[in-house]
Each structure stands twice: as C-alpha cells, then as structure tokens.
Design a protein around this ligand. Sequence first.
Ligand SMILES: Nc1nc2c(ncn2[C@@H]2O[C@H](COP(=O)(O)OP(=O)(O)OP(=O)(O)O)[C@@H](O)[C@H]2O)c(=O)[nH]1
Ligand SMILES: [Mg+2]
Length: 198
Amino acid sequence: MQRASFLLSVPKCTMLPEDVGREVAFAGRSNSGKSSSLNVLCGQKNLARTSRTPGRTQHLVVFGLAPSRRLVDLPGFGYAKVSKTLRSHWEKELPEYLERRASLAGLFLVMDCRHPFKPQEEVLTNWCANCGVPMHILINKIDKLGKSQRARVLSEVSQRIKDLGTDNISAQLFSAAKHIGSEEAWAVLADWFSDEPK
Ligand SMILES: Nc1nc2c(ncn2[C@@H]2O[C@H](COP(=O)(O)OP(=O)(O)OP(=O)(O)O)[C@@H](O)[C@H]2O)c(=O)[nH]1
Ligand SMILES: [Mg+2]
C-alpha cells in the first residue's frame, strides 16, 4: 500500500486501464472521506486529493499498487451543488463501472458515522448484496463520536447488514483523521488482493 502511486484520472470507464487483475474502489457520499481514507491506508498524506468542499473528486482516479493491483477513488454521490450535467454523467457512469468492471474485487463504502445509510448508500449496499460483489463499510469520522455512540452506530450498521442476509458485506469503525481502524481495513484489502481464487 505504501508504494501506491498515481496512475491516471479519467472521466469515463472506457478510459480506465485494461480490465485485468484486481481493483478495489472507494465509493460513498461526497465528503464522507473516501480520498482521506485511501490516503491513510496507503500511508501517504497527499496521494488522493481531499477537500473540505464536497465534490472534490470528479474523475475515476486510479492508483497502482503492484502489477495488476489497483485502487480507485470514485467521485462522491449525493452532492446537490455539483452541476446537473456532471451529476447526470456520474449517475450513468457509476452503475456502468460497477456492473461492467470484471477486475472489481470489492468496494469500500465510506460512510459518515453521523448519518449512516442515506438512500444512495442503501441502494449501493443492496446492489452488492444482490450481485455478490464484496463490500466493506468504513464507518468514518468516529473521532466525532463518544465511546457509546460509536458502539451504537456499529451495532446499527451491523444489524442492517444482518437483515440483508448476505455474508459478502462487512463493516468497521474508522477515522481517517485519527488513524483508527487501519489494521482491520488492511486485512480486508489483503484478502481481496490475494492471489487466491475469488
Ligand atoms: N473529523 C474527521 N474529518 C474527516 C475524516 N475523514 C475525512 N475528513 C474530512 O472530511 C472532508 C472530506 O474528506 P475527503 O476525503 O475529501 O472526502 P471525499 O469523500 O473524498 O469527498 P469527495 O471527493 O468530494 O466525494 C475533509 O475536510 C477531510 O479532512 C475523519 O475521519 N474525521
Ligand atoms: Mg474525494
């Protein structure tokens, strides 16, 4: 992960690198901390660009880890102020990426712990449950919560997953700001990127 380096940034799935090997994508609402989480897990401060202003990541941004192993930082969804044209572009492009990308080994869904499971997050989670694409939820920004609130949000999210009756979705508490939860997340990535058959 520490050797991750920027490969390319593209507005369309058709411009992505060849669809071989394995890829893990970071998805979630705008401003949930996708780019920050990716940086923390790669141990590099400024690998993916982050910002206080939602709508920062506007392309599919691809980072290479090793030959045929990639991370993809996806544009966030749910940000009303992004132009209508850009929003409708991503509403088409994101499903295209999720449905067509054969090398997609799994999705990291980065959620803000203060309001988990907004409608689009629900849609994405249901989609993964139905298609069997592995999903790992980072319940991010837990530095904003006290101990009992952390436990409550984890149990709420775990219950939602249980209700879906699937075993390809998992969740954990995380804080990109305070570097909490990296070991658990690395273990998931190591599993998804391993050479074992999918
Ligand atoms: N307190 C706190 N702030 C965080 C955490 N993770 C990210 N942030 C802040 O949240 C804001 C958004 O972070 P980004 O990583 O740019 O979010 P993103 O999901 O990539 O956003 P888009 O690219 O716009 O979709 C920044 O101001 C980060 O510093 C966290 O764990 N705790
Ligand atoms: Mg981003």
